[in-house]
Design a protein around this ligand. Sequence first.
Ligand SMILES: Nc1ncnc2c1ncn2[C@@H]1O[C@H](COP(=O)(O)OP(=O)(O)OP(=O)(O)O)[C@@H](O)[C@H]1O
Ligand SMILES: [Mg+2]
Length: 278
Amino acid sequence: METPVASKLQDSQEIIYLDWNNALDTMEKAHRSGLFVLIIGPKGTGKTTLVRRFASQMKKELDSVNFSLRTRESHLVGSRTLEKGQINFVEGVLVKSMKAGTLLYLDELNAAEADVLLRLDEALDDRRQLVLKEAEGQVIRAADDWFVVATINPLSHVGTKELPPQLLSRFPVRMRLEYPPEQIELDIVRRHVAVEEAMVKDIKHAIQLAKNLRDAAAVEELYYSPSLRETIAFAKMLNTGMPARKVAEVVYANAYDQWGQVEYQKVMDMITSIFGDS
Ligand SMILES: Nc1ncnc2c1ncn2[C@@H]1O[C@H](COP(=O)(O)OP(=O)(O)OP(=O)(O)O)[C@@H](O)[C@H]1O
Ligand SMILES: [Mg+2]
């Protein structure tokens, strides 16, 4: 029997994650071996959820950094502040995580600027220490159980850069997270939404549509590849009583309108062939 969704949400400790490819086990073995992990996969394949679930199951505190071109060294390492005539050093998330031995989650690492990556490089090498030029050369040493997991989007992803080889080598355990097989995608949806039997056919259709759209995006026939988020959203909207074809339109087709009428019409045609006309 499925637990009702509402009671799952009340339990803030529980993070819904279906471990369909044994990713938690690989991560646990990497952690036990003191090796850092890199997760490679397109958006919405469960990378963040996997890491949150791992942290919760290992009872490890989680510190996250979401990288972008605007992420600065000071955010990671820390900065000096002046307060009542006194200069203080406020530790950044990297320093805090190293000292406390938390799980440091470096999300979309390949979106960061080179100078930021250089600083990480220092902390992540075998010595696991950081010299704070910002604080009189103080040396920060990482706690023994410090653990780092980074994610990168595949290079085909817009705006992503290649991870410099020396940084790549700091993460010797590499995990690929792809879109799951269709039956598993349905199981994942069931974890999030109470699915009545009558809805299963429509959800399978949505998964089929998502798969076709992903395939088309992979060969650059379409600009956008829908993720598990859309499939879950589809099931939730279907639950409100909206007809399946209409849900497919609002969750899938309309997104493509931003690339123009031709893209949109391609997706509408796919919807018609899968869901029928009405
Ligand atoms: N294996 C899974 N079990 C349960 N839920 C999942 C699973 N994989 C993905 N999800 C759900 O799919 C949605 C997207 O997952 P998540 O945010 O973890 O993906 P992501 O890979 O981190 O995406 P992004 O690259 O956009 O950050 C979430 O609602 C998450 O709960
Ligand atoms: Mg994420």
